[in-house]
Design a binder for this molecule. Structure first.
Ligand code: PEP
Ligand code: MG
Length: 911
């Protein structure tokens, strides 16, 4: 028996998305639950893969297709290629994962001179029939025969010009007939062959074209960008569906709908429609569609049916649906449904609402939101006090604000974007082939089309701001400019778009941080109840600590004290400490730093209590606080040249003065001052040379520094404990934690611990308080992993410094790898991900797992966390959960992402 490649909508299984594609599976599912779907069938993705591998259609496929066409004929009473009552079909792509607009679709297939005559006779509507015919030639010509679209556009425009009409609605049957004739000629001229008249030949060519579009540049780029690997979607199915027409007159219409508002998540039927039009008109933005609420007045009964359809879709799929429908002479058909792509705000709101409405569980609501997607909600908004008047206003199609330089084509956007330039892609309307321009741009602005136009849908999916249909802007892509009233925008002009209001401004407007919605707060509160991992933040300043706490951090997991040393008023004292020739001189400088650090820590305790503040003792090598050798050499040279010039000038002035005693002598810097600055710089230069290391990241840093200069760590330990004592006296429930960087041996830890214990006693005595302080070790060297049990005997907690640990495990310099060879490694698949971003679970992760096991075996109460960058990455968080960590600590902006990821890690963990 030959293989089965084709499934009627009544046969297919709605869950079989891999075989039937998302669209095909849903057409089967909708048929199964009794929705009014035009009859049709699906050719499987398996057929596509065999076709692509063998470069020919699988044996038996066309016979099966003929058989199913026969079934359609029987079901509809129409004949494929028949003149009397012709059957027309659409041929649509659809893979397991939705890739909107990335692959090809052909409508009105089955039209030729005979069936055209039949269609005219049958509908009595010559204009409609010629319109369908010219659309078919145009789409089929472009998609299946490779004719350039501009060739058709030029002919279309020529007829419109001659007819003196602006929109295609103004064209009559005669014009459309003329257009069809011109299109047929274009096909003959460009392909050297007449347009195929045999409807089965048309169908075969169309099937091949849809299969081929799986390997088209657009689709391949899209899959790469969104990491769609073959296990997620492999090949496209082909859906052959009986055509229904939304352009048969004023009792016909076509539209797209969302079961909830995809921009806000509000529970309302949302969408747009056009009366007397075909589906592509709505999406392509050729005519600006009407909001669906107007259908309630225009066709009240159909509006009621549409609301019913929406309710059925939502209660069946229990997910927000993005659906397409057509009304043919008063009958509503549902043509397609899929899970709606929404921005993060809408996704969060609809998930929380759906749980409250009893449609989904709390766990399902938590799993619906992609943690990485939350990043969108942390996008800036326009500063509300900017007070500028918009240049133009369009539809708020995808929220967020962005500024950038105008570019008028996608290639140019890509070129400038690659150079790091911020650009806004400005188009009349966008097409799927502009996708690379979307990736490169900060935001998208179009002058035509609605909220469901291509530009809007794609920008929303990517979380980029978009203003669509700003009709006051006339875009001339050919001339690379846009006109707004008297003003001309040229490539490179700065503009700002606000995708939340639809406003477009000239110039760059400042932005402000976003505010959390109630729904997001609710979702994250649910996440905290479900998660086992705690989420802390890496924060060193009061501003960062405040942000972290506002974003729901459960404390500070890493305070890098060196960042406090870099403040402008501190640096001279730090330099004094480094240059100190004796221990006493160093102590004198540290005595000046102590009150400053104490104040820093007290401020952090005030913001973070009752949560813990984990302070890491000084880590980076000393020379990081000093200028570079080159800079010092230049400064010294400059000062010496100045000294010489001043000498020469004074001599000249003295000579002048001798001749003319009233001439002023000028007020140069005194020679003594210049000499003393030179001496200081030379001293610094000697120190910089002395501190120079070939490999500073593997050099004199971390605890090695603390042991070499004990007074530094002692000052820091004292500052933390005194601040804690002061906090306690203020009534704050402080929880200080001290953490030692770069540890390799237990001896290092016990050396620091002895200092902590000593200072702890002194501070308690001096302040008359009982302080509790926890003591921990960073685990960021390979040796620390290997000696975990010894370290765990001394430490109350471990914190994985996976930035340094990754560097050590890979022997990659964390300073250089990312802009040298790593992009090549990830592009070519030698490495799946950048290990400094996503935890390398097989290498670094294996060491971590071993460390956790050995550490806990020696000290069952050992708390373990991570504070390297990977701690804010969702898949890394899943791994941290799996190996039993207690917390992750990440940058404040990633805290909400990590909270949700931590909950999902627990929900998805094998039980
Ligand atoms: C680390 O190494 O992962 C870490 C958190 O410390 P730093 O990045 O400051 O070296
Ligand atoms: Mg480190």
């Amino acid at each position: 028996m030959s293989k089965k490649y084709v499934y009627a909508f009544t046969e297919g299984d709605g869950r079989d998305k891999q075989r039937l594609g998302g669209k095909g599976a849903n057409l089967c599912e909708m048929t199964r639950i009794g929705l009014n779907v035009p009859p049709g069938f699906v050719i499987s993705t398996e057929a596509c893969l065999e076709y692509l591998a063998q470069k020919s259609l699988p044996a038996g496929l066309l016979e099966e297709v003929r058989h199913h066409i026969g079934k359609l004929e029987a079901r509809t009473g129409k004949r494929f290629g028949g003149e009397a009552n012709p059957l027309l079909v659409s041929v649509r792509s659809g893979s397991a994962l939705s890739m909107p607009g990335m692959m090809d679709t052909i409508l009105n297939l089955g039209l030729n001179r005979d069936t055209l005559r039949g269609l005219i006779r049958q509908t009595g509507n010559e204009r409609f029939a010629y319109d369908a015919y010219r659309r078919f030639i145009q789409l089929f010509g472009k998609v299946a025969l490779g004719v350039r679209e501009e060739r058709f556009d030029a002919e279309f425009e020529a007829v419109k010009r001659r007819a003196g009409v602006k929109h295609d609605v103004g064209l009559d049957a005669g014009h459309l007939k003329a257009i069809s004739d011109r299109f047929l000629k274009v096909v003959l001229e460009t392909t050297g062959k007449p347009f195929p008249e045999d409807v089965y030949e048309q169908l075969e060519i169309a099937i091949r074209a849809v299969f081929d579009s799986w390997m088209g540049k657009r689709a391949v780029d899209y899959r790469r960008e969104f990491h769609i690997t073959p296990d997620l979607a492999n090949g496209t199915a082909v859906n052959v569906v009986t055509m229904v027409f939304g352009n048969l007159g004023d009792d016909s219409a076509t539209g797209v709908g969302f079961t909830r508002n995809p921009a806000t998540g509000e529970n309302e039927l949302y969408g747009e429609y056009l009366v007397n039009a075909q589906g592509e008109d709505v999406v392509a933005g050729i005519r600006t569609p009407k909001p669906v609420a107007e259908l309630a007045h225009e066709m009240p009964d159909l509006y009621r049916q549409l609301v019913e359809l929406r309710n059925k879709l939502e209660s069946h799929y229990r997910e927000v649906q993005d659906f397409e429908y057509t009304i043919e002479k008063g009958v509503l058909y549902c043509l397609q449904t899929r899970n709606g792509k929404m921005n993060a705000q809408a996704r969060v709101r609809s998930s929380v609402d759906m749980h409250r409405e009893g449609l989904i569980t709390r766990e399902e609501a938590l799993l619906r939101v992609d943690p990485a997607h939350l990043e969108q909600l942390l996008h800036p908004r326009l500063d509300p006090s900017h007070g500028q008047k918009p240049l133009a206003t369009g539809l708020p199609a995808s929220p967020g604000a962005a500024s950038g330089r105008c570019v008028f084509d996608a290639d140019q956007a890509e070129l400038l974007g690659r150079d790091g330039e911020k650009v806004i892609l400005v188009r009349e309307e966008t097409k799927p082939e502009d996708i690379h321009g979307f990736f490169a741009a900060q935001g998208i602005l179009t002058s035509r089309g609605g909220k469901t136009s291509h530009a809007a849908v794609v920008a929303r999916g990517m979380g980029k701001p978009c203003v669509a249909g700003a009709e006051g802007i006339r875009v001339d892509s050919r001339a690379q400019l846009a006109r707004v009233g008297e003003l001309t925008l040229r490539e490179g002009d700065l503009i700002t778009i606000d995708g939340s209001s639809g406003a477009v401004f000239l110039g760059e407007i400042p932005t402000v941080a976003p505010v959390f919605s109630e729904e997001l707060k609710t979702l994250l509160a649910w996440a905290d109840q479900v998660a086992r991992l705690k989420v802390l933040a890496n924060a060193d300043t009061p501003d960062m600590a405040k942000l972290a706490m506002d974003y729901g951090a459960a404390g500070i997991g890493l305070c890098r004290t060196e960042r406090m040393f870099n403040a402008s008023e501190r640096l001279p004292v730090v330099v004094e400490m480094i240059l100190a020739p004796t221990r006493e001189a160093r102590q004198a400088a540290l005595d000046k730093l102590l009150p400053m650090q104490r104040q820093d820590f007290l401020e952090l305790f005030r913001l973070v209590a009752p949560h813990p503040v984990t302070v890491r003792l000084l880590d980076p090598p000393m020379h990081e606080f000093l200028p570079s050798e080159r800079q010092l050499l230049e400064e010294i040279e400059g000062l010496k040249a100045y000294r010489l010039a001043v000498k020469g000038r004074s001599a000249a002035l003295a000579a002048l003065h001798a001749l003319d005693p009233v001439h002023p002598t000028g007020n140069e810097l005194s020679e003594d001052l210049v000499n003393s600055v030179i001496a200081k710089k030379e001293q610094m230069l000697r120190k910089v040379r002395e501190l120079h290391e070939v490999n500073p990241m593997l050099g004199h840093r971390g605890v090695r520094l603390g042991i070499t200069y004990p007074e530094i760590y002692q000052m820091q330990i004292r500052a933390v404990l005194e601040a804690a004592a002061e906090g306690l006296k203020e009534g704050l429930p402080v929880h200080p934690e001290l953490m030692v960087p770069q540890v390799i041996t237990a001896q290092e830890l016990s050396w620091v611990k002895a200092n902590v214990d000593q200072i702890h006693r002194e501070v308690e005595e001096r302040y008359g308080v009982r302080l509790s302080v926890r003591f921990g070790s960073m685990v960021e060297t390979v040796r620390a992993c290997c000696r975990a049990s010894e370290l765990a005997a001394l430490a109350e907690f471990f914190s994985f410094g996976t930035n340094d640990l990754t560097q050590a495990v890979f022997s990659f310099s964390r300073e250089d790898a990312e802009n040298k060879f790593l992009p090549l490694y990830t592009d070519t698949g030698i490495l799946q991900d950048n290990p400094f971003e996503v935890l390398d679970v097989n290498g670094v992760g294996a060491l971590m797992q071993m460390t956790v096991e050995q550490g806990r075996a020696a000290n069952p109460g050992l708390e373990v966390g991570i504070c390297g960058e990977q701690g804010g990455h969702p898949s890394s968080i899943r791994f941290c959960h799996a190996i039993g960590l207690d917390y992750v600590s990440c940058s404040p902006l990633r805290v909400p992402i990590a909270r949700l990821a931590a909950a999902q890690a627990n929900l998805l963990a094998p039980r």
